[in-house]
Write a protein that binds this ligand. Structure first.
Ligand code: FAD
Length: 425
């Protein structure tokens, strides 16, 4: 193990290396701060689909029939995300005392951002646009975190930005990364965070409990993991304090005509009234196959080229919470169920109008979890908890009214927190 671990000389320990953690690590390393990143997952090569990520893939139930997915690996859940993006409302954050305007400008320049040209979209994606537009939906292209210079021959997984690249830059800048290190709790002395306790896996069955110390601790373990670490460190206000999870599902039909190849799922969609979002659900073949297997549609799994899909998502309000036993639970309101029904009708019409037949509805899932640790309720404007020197920077802190995919927002927040910390470390 790295000798520096025993020197207790870190400026910052960052727990988790998804977009939140990797960005803080990169920015602090650039400013020559001594950074330690503790990452629960193992460092496997990144590949398309759920199966290659199986050893690190994890599902968190959030209600009787809803669960959210995450990936334990350097780079976090961006290993399997779709790379759809959007820009957070600066005003929303400003109203909470968090000014990310500068960071947003910087992020827009740094990340690969693209509106995909039609040549990079599959036949089904184009067909859906025609159908939805004909029915009066404002079906628009979404910005994507995709480097189109990597797509001379069409779709490739490697063109999607993921947080591992920022993590790599942090390590190149001098940060220490320890994988297979699961943080259990934050060590606190007189209301001040001083370090963390973590379980380090040594091989398949062996592990040891270790402690490491630093001036600042940043939790970036994800929207479902960070509250549990806070609770186990004595911050009980995160229990039963509500969350959102964006219930979603997709409808899939079969069409004749030109066959679909691999394509970027989510590249287009429409925002409907009532906060119902409809989107293109035509993924790359591997993802499609895994999805069909997960839905027990084994025969369909081999008809990727004939499949046409529309996703339905709603953004519901805060409710439910982390239970005493460490599990999450939330019951959807009647109005949420009505919105989902309305979304299903719309998706069905679009697929049918496109010539889609034999339509089936996938299982519902929790598209995106957040709001578990909130600015103003659990955190101050520097994302600091009630313990001084302890901050949170991951999907947990994104408010429910930031209605864009979270990754780019997390990069902005990571830069914002690093800017603040670099002045005091
Ligand atoms: C199928 C799918 C598609 C998605 N598509 C999009 C999309 O198109 N656009 C978008 O913006 N977002 C998308 N998302 C969501 C996006 O991936 C997440 O919102 C984002 O990765 C959250 O970042 P994070 O830093 O909060 O957490 P994560 O990315 O989950 O990172 C948390 C990290 O912490 C580590 N960790 C967890 N517990 C511990 C612990 N105790 N100790 C140490 N380390 C720990 C984990 O291993 C992980 O590396 C998608 C998600 C899924 C599942």
């Amino acid at each position: 193990m790295d000798d520096r671990l025993n020197s207790k000389e870190f400026d910052a320990i960052i727990v988790g290396s998804g977009p939140g953690g990797a960005t803080v690590a990169r920015e602090l390393s650039k400013r020559k701060k001594k950074v330690l990143i503790l990452e629960r997952g193992g460092s496997v090569p990144l590949k398309e689909g759920f199966l290659p990520n199986e050893s690190n893939f994890n599902v968190v139930p959030v209600s009787d029939d809803l669960a959210t997915a995450r990936v334990f690996t350097p780079g976090g859940t961006t290993a399997i995300y779709f790379a759809v993006t959007g820009f957070p409302s600066v005003e929303t954050f400003l109203s909470m005392g968090v000014d990310i305007s500068k960071e947003l400008d910087e992020t827009k320049k740094e990340l690969p951002l693209a509106i995909l040209p039609d040549e990079l979209l599959g036949a089904q994606t184009i067909k859906l646009r025609e159908s939805a537009t004909e029915l009066g939906y404002a079906w628009k292209k979404n910005p994507m975190l995709v480097d189109i210079s990597k797509c001379p021959f069409g779709y490739t997984y490697d063109a999607k930005w993921n947080a591992r690249s920022y993590l790599q830059q942090a390590v190149e800048g001098g940060a220490t990364l320890i994988t297979q290190a699961r943080v259990l709790k934050v060590l606190v002395e007189k209301g001040r965070a001083i370090g963390v306790e973590y379980k380090l896996k040594n091989g398949k069955t062996e592990s040891e409990i270790l402690q490491v110390f630093a001036t600042r601790i940043i939790l970036a373990a994800g929207a479902s993991a960070s509250p549990i670490i806070l609770r186990d460190s004595g911050i009980k206000s995160v229990v039963n304090s509500g969350f959102y999870c964006c219930p979603s599902f997709a409808l899939f039909g079969m069409i004749s005509g030109p066959g679909a190849g691999d394509t970027f799922i989510g590249s287009m969609g429409a925002e409907c009234e009532d906060g119902i979002a409809l989107g293109d659900a035509n993924p790359a073949r591997n993802v499609y196959r895994m999805f069909m297997f997960g839905n027990r549609r084994f025969a369909r799994a081999f008809f990727h080229s004939k499949s046409i899909g529309v996703a339905v998502k709603i953004m519901e309000g805060l409710g439910g919470g982390l239970q005493e036993d460490g599990r999450y639970y939330k019951r959807l309101e009647k109005e949420d169920l009505k919105k989902l029904e309305k979304g299903e009708e719309a998706a069905r019409r679009i697929i049918q109008n496109a010539g889609g037949k034999r339509i089936f509805k996938s299982r519902m899932s929790a598209g995106q979890m957040g709001g578990t640790i909130r600015i103003k309720k659990h955190l101050d404007e520097n994302l600091q908890t009630e313990y001084s020197n302890l901050h949170v920077c991951d999907g947990a802190v994104i408010p429910e009214n930031v209605k864009v995919p979270p990754t780019l927002t997390l990069v902005c927040l990571g830069k914002y927190l690093a800017n603040h910390l670099s002045h005091i470390l």
